[in-house]
Design a binder for this molecule. Structure first.
Ligand code: SAM
Length: 268
C-alpha cells in the first residue's frame, strides 16, 4: 500500500484533503461573491430578478419544451432564438422601462430567462387562450403577447392583485393582453377554459393549489408553475389528475440568484 492510499483509508484523510476542499469551495464562493457585488453595483432590481441563462441551460430548455410540445427540437431552438432576435420587443421593453413609474427599480437591459420557454411553448402549441397569474412589471405578459402576435392567434390574460402592475405593457403588446386586477383564485373561475396556464403569482403552496383548483382547463391544456422549484403542488396535482410532469431548472448566467424553474403538467 502506498502512503497516499494509507492516508486515504485512515482518519487523517479529511484533514489531509482540507486544503483542496477549501480551495474548491472558496473558488465557488468567490464566483458567487463577485456576481453579487456586480449585481449590487449595476442592477436596480429588488425582486423578480431577470438574467440570461447559461448556453447549455438554454439547450436543456429547448429539449424540455420539445418534449412537452411534442415538437421537433430544431423548431423549438428556432423559437427561442426568435425571441432573442426580436428587436421590436426588446426596443419596446427598453422604452417602457425608461418611462415606467417603477423605472428606479427596473433594469434597462432585457433578459428573459425561463420566459423563453413560455414563448417557445406558445409558438409551438398555438394556444387560443393563455392565462398568466402574477403580472408584476409585465415582462412575462409581453413575452407571451409577442408569441401570440407571431402566431396570429390567441390572447393573453394576466392577473395581478396590484392594479398598477404591467408597467412594461403598452402599444401592440397591450392590445394582445387583457389585464385583470384582483386575486387570481377569485378571478380564474370567471374565465373561459384555458389552453396554457401559468402560475406565477403568490408563491405559497396553498395559493398555487387554489389556482389549480379554480382554473378551468381545456382537454389538452398545459399547466406551468413558476413555483415548482419550491413546492410539489403541480407534480402532486399532475399525478392525481393523470397528467405527466416535468421540471426545468434555470442556471442564470453571471447572477448570484440560483434560478427558478418551470414545472409543467400535461396529458401526454
Ligand atoms: C413573481 S411576480 C410575477 C412575475 C411575472 N409573471 C413575470 O413574468 O415577470 C408575482 C406577482 O404576483 C402578484 N400577486 C401576489 N398575490 C397575488 C394573488 N393572490 N393574485 C394575483 N396576483 C398576485 C404580485 O403582486 C406580483 O406582482
Amino acid at each position: 500500500m502506498t502512503l497516499k492510499a494509507k492516508i486515504a483509508a485512515g482518519r487523517a484523510a479529511r484533514v489531509a484533503a482540507l486544503p483542496i476542499r477549501a480551495a474548491t469551495v472558496a473558488r465557488h464562493d468567490a464566483r458567487v461573491l463577485a456576481d453579487s457585488v456586480r449585481w449590487l453595483a449595476l442592477s436596480r432590481e429588488h425582486t423578480n430578478f431577470t438574467y440570461d441563462l447559461e448556453p447549455r441551460n438554454v439547450e436543456h430548455l429547448a429539449w424540455f419544451v420539445a418534449a412537452i410540445a411534442e415538437a421537433p427540437l430544431d423548431v423549438i431552438r428556432r423559437y427561442i432564438a426568435e425571441l432573442e432576435a426580436d428587436d421590436s420587443l426588446r426596443d419596446h421593453l427598453e422604452r417602457q422601462a425608461v418611462a415606467s413609474p417603477r423605472r428606479g427599480l427596473t433594469d434597462r437591459s432585457v433578459r428573459y430567462g425561463r420566459r423563453a420557454g413560455w414563448y417557445a411553448l406558445v409558438r409551438a402549441r398555438r394556444p387560443e387562450r393563455v392565462v398568466e397569474t402574477g403580472t408584476d412589471k409585465g415582462l412575462g405578459a409581453c413575452v407571451l403577447a409577442a408569441a401570440v402576435m407571431k402566431n396570429e392567434r390567441g390572447r393573453v390574460t394576466t392577473i395581478d392583485t396590484n392594479e398598477a402592475a404591467g408597467s412594461l405593457l403598452g402599444g401592440s403588446y397591450a392590445d394582445a393582453v387583457d389585464f385583470r386586477a384582483g386575486d387570481s383564485a377569485a378571478l380564474l373561475p370567471k374565465l373561459d377554459p384555458v389552453d396554457l396556464f401559468i402560475h406565477d403569482s403568490l408563491h405559497t403552496a396553498e395559493h398555487e393549489a387554489a389556482e389549480l383548483e379554480a382554473v378551468s382547463l381545456t382537454a389538452d391544456a398545459i399547466a406551468l408553475s413558476d413555483n415548482a422549484h419550491v413546492t410539489d403542488v403541480l407534480a402532486g396535482w399532475a399525478e392525481r389528475t393523470g397528467r405527466r410532469f416535468l421540471y426545468f431548472q434555470e442556471r442564470p448566467r453571471r447572477h448570484w440568484y440560483p434560478g427558478a424553474g418551470i414545472g409543467a403538467a400535461w396529458r401526454g
